[in-house]
Design a protein around this ligand. Sequence first.
Ligand code: ATP
Ligand code: MG
Length: 572
Amino acid sequence: MRATSLLAPTLREIPSEAEVISHQLLLRAGMIRKTAAGVYSYLPLAWRVLIKISQIVREEMNMVGGQELMLPIIQPAEIWQSSGRWDVYGDEMFRLKDRHHRSFCLGPTHEEIITLQVKQEVKSYKQLPLLLYQIQNKYRDERRPRFGLMRGREFIMKDLYSFDKDTEGLALSYQRVYAAYSRVFKRCGLAYRVVEADAGAIGGSVNHEFMVLAQSGEAEIVFCSHCDYAANVERAESLSTSIPEEARGMGQVMELISTPGVRTVDEVALYLQISPSQIVKTLFYEADGEIIAVLLRGDHIINEVKLANILQCRDLRMAADDRVAQITGSPTGYVGPMHLREVRILADQEVARMGVAVIGANREGFHYRGVKPGIDFQWEAEHDLRLAQAGDACPRCQGQGNLESVRGIEVGHLFQLGTKYSSSLDATFTDENGQQRPFIMGCYGIGVSRTMAAAIEQNHDENGIIWPVSIAPYHVVVIPVSSKDSLQMDHATSLYQWLLEAGIEVVLDDRDERAGVKFMDADLIGYPIRITVGKKTLTNGTVDIRYRKTKDETALPVEDVVGVVRKFIRSS
Ligand code: ATP
Ligand code: MG
């Protein structure tokens, strides 16, 4: 490809709308352009990367017996109504009506449609296991589309669905796809970690996420320094290690104390010269419209995912201040769990272990000190409700190690669904004994477009993208220092021809630009290898070969170039 023909409109300025580096660099390298919030055009360089990632995914899915197919993007409402998800999906689903006013949606995922397809076509256990997948655009009207391709409203996903006759079969399919995912991300040249995750709206029990490690990741991962426990912080369990404090609290008497203008946990702690861990904070939530009070130790942070799972609610949000004031008779900052009527109260397990505590008095400017949790105020149930933090004792090896934390980008998600969809959609097969049984299912997604963005988040420097070789749009760029010098151009062109004939993906930067501009674009686009043809080429037959990742640059006889490049690509 000649740069003069390549549609790669690079930009010098950092586009102001782009917050994260992958978004900035994809725009600046002329790879994507925005059409609407969360909807992008992929220009040729980006599309080459996406094809390469898709091809790696395809090969690995085929390797474990996956069969590729293509399901419709437009799906009738009825199939979502039969599984019960038409309502559950809420505003994230793009809905539309046809000319006859029938309701449809743009597929956010394909469990329903694939289950119905298999129900129709597969009758016997002899046809199982069956692994079907597609690579296709998905549509989700995300609340906050952002970070470019990381959270789009139209994005490319590989989704695979497994159908087995029993749970052992599912475990095996799951294991195979898990191994295939590991190979996919390794082949893409990415550093990743697999973590236990929350199942969200998809449902099911066992599930794992593949996380590409990057400081900018939206997800926080905790992992144990001692054992192999690793989890998304949304899911991470907290081991209760504190010792019940009953003995210490017994002597203390409850007293009302004046705390004027002192509202937050930190302010109260400072004012009373105590630690935040001696305070119980009371948070009010609205769960599908119902007000719930949640009690947490002052130094802990609520995990709203755990809370929503326990409450089994669809919509969870902090209650508005005026509703809290109505219930407690107090402005926020002074609310507490005593004498709360007609409100369900849930406590974190650590609150139950506190001997005495400071709480809000439900009266402006006052707190109670010396309050005994479980005696002076009660709760309906205690749960693990807090967010795991770095430094916590590991819940898996029971505290032999401590949790550490890193950030990651979720690029893949695997779920053991069991019979969730086959039961609700009545999808059964005949087993060995002639009995009808629901298919045992799993589903497995990879965000193909998000993986491209994640690759950049993980691999870049101040000058641009550093593509892992396996997914680079092109492997080599050949740059004649002066395009006006016809001899240099001739040498560059014949080197370009040799590389092309050797089957190497190469761009000849034949633009009439200063060398500095061409070098900058080469770094920005992130070709793994840059070859400079200059005066030296004419005088002593050498070119300069520079590696994007290591920045190593050496002179090389022209005739050695093809061999060196080939070896580099093969060994990467
Ligand atoms: P998230 O928690 O990030 O919203 P999810 O749990 O909703 O992701 P899944 O339904 O498991 O995602 O989708 C499978 C994969 O598709 C994800 O692992 C991710 O890589 C990708 N993906 C999901 N939502 C988006 C999006 N809005 N834009 C780009 N990729 C996405
Ligand atoms: Mg999502």
